[in-house]
Design a protein around this ligand. Structure first.
Ligand code: HEM
Ligand SMILES: *[C@@H]1O[C@H](CO)[C@@H](O)[C@H](O)[C@H]1NC(C)=O
Ligand SMILES: *[C@@H]1O[C@H](CO)[C@@H](O)[C@H](O)[C@H]1NC(C)=O
Ligand SMILES: *[C@@H]1O[C@H](CO)[C@@H](O)[C@H](O)[C@H]1NC(C)=O
Ligand SMILES: *[C@@H]1O[C@H](CO)[C@@H](O)[C@H](O)[C@H]1NC(C)=O
Ligand SMILES: *[C@@H]1O[C@H](CO)[C@@H](O)[C@H](O)[C@H]1NC(C)=O
Ligand SMILES: CC(=O)N[C@H]1CO[C@H](CO)[C@@H](O)[C@@H]1O
Length: 326
């Protein structure tokens, strides 16, 4: 009897060790610990995003920026603390919006079940639910992410791709995260919604090798129009331009159509047409119904949402998304 008891304890101990090291994301992770969690997020998003649909673009972009630095651990949401400049201060983060929205959802969840639902899961759920509200694709969001405690501006600048990147650089940064060419082409498709500020592409209008300083890989009519009506000077840093003008609130295929017409806005968009593999993927998306893109996009989003996640006893569950627990 004593023997089996001892064996039982050993087995339980082993299971616990396996459990903690192999903990992984699962669908409805909070089913027992906070059964209403995912519904609270969805209800809040359904109620407020229709009044501010442009936030959907900001949230999916924030999720991307979070996942590319130390994994999807809400490190992006941390505010400055003494001696550490956070990811929020990185060049690509300067145009992110909606941190207060996330804080409000977190407050609702803390009221429902204190200390249970991570900011990393909240951001991931908000990104998905808000894209669904604007009529975009649905993707599965397994939950159980835990929050990181480090946020470092240099890591964000090193890992988040710049709009000036060529294909080689883009693929290297995606490969670093375990993502491949297909993921790069599909996830860039998020540029079918949202806005950019002129500095992300005005070099292509004013300071490139073609006539008038225009980038020869950019459609000249499109460039002329942007110079006349949008980014009127090389230093304009306030005007906003839809990356997919005409349907910037609609999650459709027209971003890819624009790429094939040399009307991708950033060098990084145009770069997707510069290799035969990525160009073939673009053409495949364009020759299929929208639901094919949605299904493929969903797979890449789920994959992105798993990048270096902290689970089990790693990290913590933050009480406030902008601060690590004291
Ligand atoms: C492939 C590398 C990528 C680069 C170089 C890039 C770069 C950029 C830049 C420069 C902007 C404009 C920011 C501004 O000036 O306000 C932007 C906006 C945006 N990006 Fe990307 N991006 C990339 C990939 C992605 C991915 C993977 C997603 C999401 C899955 C994404 C979603 C968005 C969205 C939705 C916006 C619009 C944001 C808004 O309206 O507030 N991007 N991106
Ligand atoms: C975090 O910093 C931002 C500015 O980057 C500020 O607007 C926000 O209020 C801060 N959040 C909290 C919870 O203090
Ligand atoms: C931030 O990351 C950079 C690059 O990895 C590193 O050199 C630096 O020491 C880090 N800063 C802090 C305060 O840890
Ligand atoms: C891509 O950009 C990187 C970094 O700017 C540069 O080192 C590399 O030579 C470029 N590659 C190509 C094929 O242009
Ligand atoms: C283009 O950019 C380079 C490097 O930033 C700068 O030295 C040059 O003066 C610019 N040329 C024009 C025409 O603005
Ligand atoms: C934007 O441009 C204005 C005027 O040229 C300048 O004063 C300001 O510092 C610029 N802001 C940034 C963030 O570069
Ligand atoms: C949203 C946010 O925190 N943006 C910050 C990005 O970084 C600049 C400085 O580099 C800050 O001024 C912004 O507040």
């Amino acid at each position: 009897m004593a023997g089996t008891g001892f064996l039982g304890i050993v087995v339980l101990g082993l299971l616990a060790i396996i459990g903690s090291t192999n903990a992984q994301l699962q669908m409805d992770f909070y089913a027992k610990s906070c059964p209403k969690a995912e519904k609270i997020v969805k209800d809040y998003v359904n109620k407020h995003i229709p009044n501010a649909p442009s936030l959907a673009a900001s949230f999916i972009r924030m999720h991307f920026h979070d996942c590319f630095v130390r994994g999807c651990d809400a490190s992006l949401l941390l505010n400055a603390t003494s001696g550490q400049s956070p990811e929020k201060n990185a060049i690509p983060n300067q145009t992110l919006r909606g941190f207060d929205f996330i804080d409000r959802v977190k407050s609702l969840l803390e009221a429902e079940c204190p200390g249970v639902v991570s900011c990393a899961d909240i951001l991931t759920l908000i990104a998905r639910d808000s894209v669904v509200v604007i009529g975009g694709p649905f993707w599965n969001v397994p939950t159980g992410r835990r929050d990181g405690v480090i946020s470092n501006v240099s890591e964000a600048n090193a890992n988040i791709p710049s709009p000036f990147s060529n294909f080689t650089t883009l693929l290297r940064l995606f490969n670093n995260q375990g993502l491949d060419t297909k993921d790069l082409v599909l996830l860039s498709g998020a540029h079918t919604i949202g806005l950019s500020h002129c500095p992300a592409f005005s070099r292509r209008l004013y300071n490139s090798s073609g006539p008038g300083g225009v980038d020869p890989t950019l459609d000249s009519e499109y460039a002329a129009n942007l110079k006349a009506k949008k980014c009127r000077t090389p230093n304009d840093n306030t005007t906003k331009v839809g990356m997919d003008p005409g349907s910037r609130n609609t999650f459709d295929l027209s971003y890819y159509t624009l790429l094939t017409k040399r009307r991708g806005l950033f060098n990084s968009d145009a770069a997707l047409t510069t290799t035969s593999t990525s160009l073939a993927l673009i053409n495949q998306l364009l020759s299929n119904p929208l639901k094919f893109f949605y299904a493929e996009f969903a797979q890449s989003m789920e994959k992105m949402g798993r990048i270096n996640v902290k689970t089990g006893s790693e990290g913590e569950i933050r009480k406030q998304c902008a601060f690590v627990n004291s």
